[in-house]
Design a protein around this ligand. Structure first.
Ligand code: PGA
Length: 263
């Protein structure tokens, strides 16, 4: 009997909820959502809510992620929060989310420092990569995937690759993007295959095969099953759908069905 791969369901709450609202929402989620075998549920609240939620959360049910970290550990970096400060509070951190890349001009060097900082502080980085519509239309998707992936991972040694997650999120499919459209299963399968191909070139087939690769972009409870059943997809990273408890919990239920099909 082969091992069943873990399915990751990640909710990125972005800049929503006050700390009080976040606490109530997590409470509501923990009543509605029942975690299943081989399903890892992760929520990424705002930085200001993380500490309170870390005291409240049952880590056997949910893990916490930071939406962002700084790549240095301590020092004169006004307004920033480091992975060293978040150590013990979160288990995961999003790194290189497209909103960080395009709204806050974070290029690959910054992303690479953050990936390294996360690992140094025992936090699993969820490295987000994905092309813009323009890049896709110019036939640059594979090149962008390669550059963001290898750029983000370039300080990671092979031995640490089992502590890294990659999320493929085409920028044009993210719901906050005006004119967002759904990626087709073929587009996702193809991109995820490219991710593993580039990882294999650097770290070998075994590492690439074991790497969890998630998909994100306008996921809801009517398309989650389709995306989760795509060959090579190990989970979902979602924004909008993670802010509605019923929707989030039904997506977790879908993940359980998909997991059972793999048995
Ligand atoms: P969305 O966001 O699910 O609302 O499209 C995804 C993301 O930004 O991670």
């Amino acid at each position: 009997m082969g091992d069943v791969r873990k399915i990751y369901i990640v909710g990125n709450w972005k800049m929503n909820f006050t700390p009080g609202e976040a606490s109530l929402y997590l409470h509501k989620l923990s009543k509605k959502v029942t975690p299943g075998k081989d399903i890892q549920i992760i929520v990424a609240p705002s930085m200001i809510s993380l500490q309170t939620l870390s005291l409240q959360v049952n880590r056997r049910e949910f893990k916490l992620a930071a939406q962002n970290i700084n790549g240095r550990d301590f020092g004169a970096f006004t307004g920033e929060v480091s992975a060293a400060q978040l150590r013990g509070i979160v288990d995961y951190a999003l790194v290189g989310h497209s909103e960080r890349r395009y709204l806050f001009y974070e290029h690959d060097k910054i992303t690479r420092e953050k990936v390294a900082a996360a690992l140094r502080n025992r936090i699993v980085p969820i490295l987000c990569i994905g092309e813009t519509l323009n890049e896709r239309e110019n036939g640059e998707t594979d090149m962008v995937i390669r550059d963001q992936l290898i750029g983000g991972l370039s300080e990671v040694v092979k031995e640490d690759m089992d502590k890294v997650i990659v999320a493929y999120e085409p920028v044009w499919a993210i719901s906050s993007n005006k004119d967002a459209k759904l990626a087709t299963p073929d587009e996702v399968e193809d991109a995820v295959r490219q991710v593993r191909k580039h990882v294999a070139e650097v770290y070998g087939e075994k590492v690439a095969e074991a790497l969890p690769v998630l998909y994100g972009g306008s996921i809801n409870n009517s398309n989650a099953g389709t995306y989760l059943r795509i060959e090579g997809v190990d989970g979902l990273l979602m924004g909008g759908a993670s802010l509605i408890a019923d929707e989030f919990s039904s997506i977790v239920d879908i993940a359980k069905e998909v997991r059972d099909e793999r048995d």
